[in-house]
Design a protein around this ligand. Structure first.
Ligand code: 26Y
Length: 812
């Protein structure tokens, strides 16, 4: 393989200019900003290349087992900084650019982040592949190269307007397309049986095909010389346009088939909790999963590989139900193509998959109508029916006469649709939730019959986040302070942060820690000023709620707190100097079809403009809602935050991962007993966490007794005033109709019980103010959050998967 360039400033400059000249075809003096960014990315790539080629070769020739992570989403964030960090070249690159008369800061600003995911699930996948590379585990990530990622959010009159995310408009320097390695993926048609030397077999005669073109991305490990692969598939028509039809003048028709095929990887679905059952989405899922399985089985494994040994070579990890169509696909490959017996194929398949569930919301569990499946993937539907028949036969055997149970456990629901989570559970060697509480509820409430039927199948792996991106890159100041205090090494062994505990009582360390936080606030202020023209006061408590907009996450509860604070001052009940100066920061995208979520965004902006324009609260309360919250902005917001809002209704947030990022960066959490909050609180201690609200059993209890939100309005005068203020049109220029649906929904339905938790939430916020008033005590608590959250490294999550689910040791 190639030799990497010299890891010196001179070596970097030479390679950089070579890339600018030979790669971009420009001179430094005539180059555009984009040219300079591309040449820099290419140079970093050149340093990684030899390692990558070596790792790809090794993973092909080795005989050990690897992970194939199947995920419809990867929310990668910017690549340049991460890859510079991985190679240890950041300083050299900065100096080399200076030598060329350039500034690294300016050049890196050109990168557009690939937003190929919606939120938590997609970002988790990105953290996991980072950790796998850093641990040196043989693995490959498979997904979709969406031409348009998550929409770009803008606000017009306070309302969300979506714009296409053309992240590829200027090209991407990080991808390597391989059209010559395209796979043909089939759809539609019918099945038929035929006689194969006395054996009756099934053949699928599809009616149309698309090409799946692989695009490879480097996934470098941190300072370990390893580079794994992320392979994203792009759809391309199998044939070009029809020239005869074109010549006959029907231009639309001439390209129709091509357009149809290429639509498959055109755009990421921006829904993150209500599957629409759309045909295109199923096409996307099958497209990438079939391409990935075929890639692994036909290309990565040797051509004479004996499929009965497949479980010794690969585990396909299913990131939620989105790739579950891979189960019948592998069966089809083994039975129809490789001509294995059904039972043998099923044995293999069950060992080759494991399934991670990321939700508890019943409406978020994917189902596909038999009609749609039968039309698009007729052979797969047959296979699913047979899997279900044989499974239900076993259920009947074990629970004779329990017809109810058989119906409850059927992969096919009474209305004939296919429950993908059930299929994944039956097929998977393991099923895991993403935090202790979530895994427990999954077993006890969502899939109890399956837990009973498959003892030992259910397990928990608590999520994690990569400390490389979310501590080291996002918070260089804190990273320096940590390294100066406990030495290097913590970044790949995050439990070592424990050694900081002793320093919580060290006044000098506390003041250094405070200085880092203050500097991070100034960096955020600069970012928001440049990006959105917003101004941030640097002496405020920074209170942050950033995540997708969803009713279960309860942005409205946060808003009711803000309105209550505002109302208290505006009505003269408290004087402005009695409240802690706070800046509230929101970041949230709403699914374009989720009307209530969009109205809540509008309301946040409306409250923000009233509060920000009211001289009575000036310098005391401020609401900021920068549009288009994404990974790049998260890297600025998280290190600056004092207070992390994790306020979902208990039992609804599977895990949360933002909560981990904030705690690791020294924000205190105000949160419910939900998801990974539970584990954060256990680790940091009750004194260093603001717990409020009902726990899950109380939620269930209130639900069963009958929840009447109006009772809570009557019981708390502040709450009724806040709601009344919204209803009165105070935030809508006197118009009482705009936000009426939000208020009515809360007072009459409140499906996520925001009003039931309001009073306790306000009380917890008072405790926040009290602690914040004692800066030493606050800083002490913040330091203890950092010191005690090493558990939430995605390296630890990956080790858990490796030890308990995958059994894929690192290779040295
Ligand atoms: C089916 C389709 C509409 C769909 C698309 C995306 C359904 C769900 C999703 C994404 C879900 C998601 O992001 N879930 C989050 O996963 C995180 C990682 O495990 C959790 O931390 C978080 O609590 C959960 O909401």
């Amino acid at each position: 393989p190639v030799q990497a360039p010299e890891p010196t400033v001179d070596g970097f400059v030479t390679q950089y200019l070579r890339n600018l000249n030979n790669g971009r075809g420009v001179a430094l003096s005539t180059s555009t900003a984009n040219d300079r960014y591309f040449a820099l990315a290419a140079t970093v790539r050149d340093y990684l290349m030899a390692r990558w080629l070596e790792d790809v070769r090794r993973q092909r020739t080795m005989q050990s087992k690897g992970v194939a992570y199947l995920s419809a989403e990867y929310l990668l964030g910017r690549q340049l900084d991460n890859n510079l960090l991985a190679t240890g070249l950041t300083d050299i690159a900065a100096e080399a650019l200076v030598a060329c008369g350039l500034d690294l800061e300016d050049v890196r600003a050109l990168e557009v982040e690939p937003g190929l995911g919606n939120g938590g699930l997609g970002r988790l996948a990105a953290c996991f592949i980072d950790s796998l590379a850093t641990l040196g585990v043989p693995s490959i990530g498979y997904g979709i190269r969406y031409e348009y990622g998550i929409f770009r959010q803008t606000f017009v009159d306070g309302q969300q307007v979506e714009q296409a995310d053309s992240w590829l408009a200027l090209g991407s320097p990080w991808e390597f397309p391989h059209p010559e390695a395209a796979q043909t993926i089939s759809f539609g048609g019918h099945t038929e049986t035929y006689d194969d030397e006395g054996v009756t077999r099934t053949r699928w005669e599809p009616s149309w095909n698309v090409l799946a073109v692989p695009y490879n991305y480097m996934v470098p490990g941190y300072h370990n010389g390893r580079v794994n692969t992320l392979r994203l598939w792009s759809a391309q028509a199998t044939k070009g346009f029809d020239l005869r039809v074109f010549n006959a003048g029907d231009y639309q028709e001439a390209v129709r088939a091509q357009t149809y095929a290429e639509n498959i990887s055109k755009v990421l679905y921006p829904e993150d909790s209500t599957p629409q059952g759309k045909e295109l989405r199923l096409q996307q899922q099958y497209f990438f999963v079939a391409a990935s399985i075929s890639d692994f089985v036909n290309l990565i494994l040797p051509s004479d590989f004996d499929m009965t040994h497949l479980p010794e070579r690969v585990i396909f990890q299913l990131n939620d139900t989105h790739p579950v169509i891979g189960v019948p696909e592998l069966m089809r490959v083994l039975v129809d193509e490789r001509k294995l017996e059904w039972d043998a194929a099923w044995q293999i398949t069950q060992q080759c998959f494991a399934y991670t569930c990321h939700t508890l919301l019943p409406e978020a569990l994917e189902v596909w109508s038999a009609d749609l499946l039968g039309r698009l993937l007729p052979r797969h539907l047959e296979i699913i029916y047979r899997i279900n028949d044989e499974f239900l036969e076993q259920v009947r055997e074990r629970f004779a006469g329990d017809a109810d149970r058989v119906q409850r456990m059927s992969i096919i629901s009474p209305d004939g649709s296919v429950r993908m989570a059930f299929l994944a559970t039956v097929a998977g060697s393991k099923v895991n939730g993403v935090a202790e509480l979530h895994s427990q509820l999954l077993r006890e409430k969502v899939l109890p019959d399956f837990d009973e039927f498959f003892p030992g199948k259910f397990t928990n792996v608590t999520n994690g986040v990569t400390p490389r991106r979310f501590v080291r890159l996002a918070n260089p100041g804190l990273s320096r302070l940590i390294t100066d205090t406990i030495g290097a090494g913590w970044l790949t062994d995050l439990d070592r942060l424990r050694e900081l505990e002793d320093y919580a009582d060290d006044a000098e360390f506390r003041s250094a820690f405070r200085a880092v936080k203050a500097a991070n606030k100034r960096v955020l202020a600069r970012t928001l000023a440049e990006r959105d023209g917003l101004t941030v006061a640097d002496d405020h408590l920074l209170d942050v709620m950033v995540k997708r907009l969803h009713e279960y996450k309860r942005q409205t509860l946060k808003l009711l707190h803000i309105i209550t604070e505002y109302d208290a001052i505006a009505s003269g009940r408290v004087t402005a100097d009695q409240v802690t100066p706070r800046t509230f920061v929101f970041g949230a995208k709403a699914a374009p079809g989720y009307a209530m979520a969009k109205r809540i965004i509008h309301l946040i902006n409306a409250v923000g403009s009233v509060v920000n324009d009211d001289p009575r609260v000036e310098g005391r309360l401020k609401v900021l809602f920068p549009p288009n919250y994404n990974v790049t902005l998260a890297e600025r917001v998280v290190p600056a935050a004092d207070l992390s809002e994790q306020i979902s209704l208990a039992g609804k947030e599977a895990s949360g991962t933002g909560n981990m990022k904030f705690a690791l960066n020294g924000a205190l959490t105000i949160g419910t007993d939900d998801g990974a909050n539970v584990e954060i609180r256990e680790l940091v201690g009750d004194d260093n966490f603001f717990l409020f609200g009902m726990a899950e059993p109380e939620v269930a209890d209130l639900q069963s007794r009958g929840y009447h939100p109006i009772d809570f309005v009557r019981a708390d005068e502040n709450l009724s005033r806040a709601l009344e203020l919204i209803s009165s049109g105070a935030f809508s220029g006197g118009d009482t109709s705009v936000f009426e649906p939000v208020v009515t929904n809360l007072t009459h339905h409140d499906p996520f019980m925001a009003l039931a938790d309001y009073t306790d939430y306000i009380a917890a916020q008072k405790r926040v103010d009290a602690l914040y008033a004692d800066q030493d005590a606050w800083t002490r608590a913040a330091i203890l959050n950092v010191a005690r959250c090493g558990f939430f490294s995605s390296d630890r999550s990956m080790r858990d998967y490796i030890d308990r689910i995958w059994h894929t040791p690192p290779i040295v």
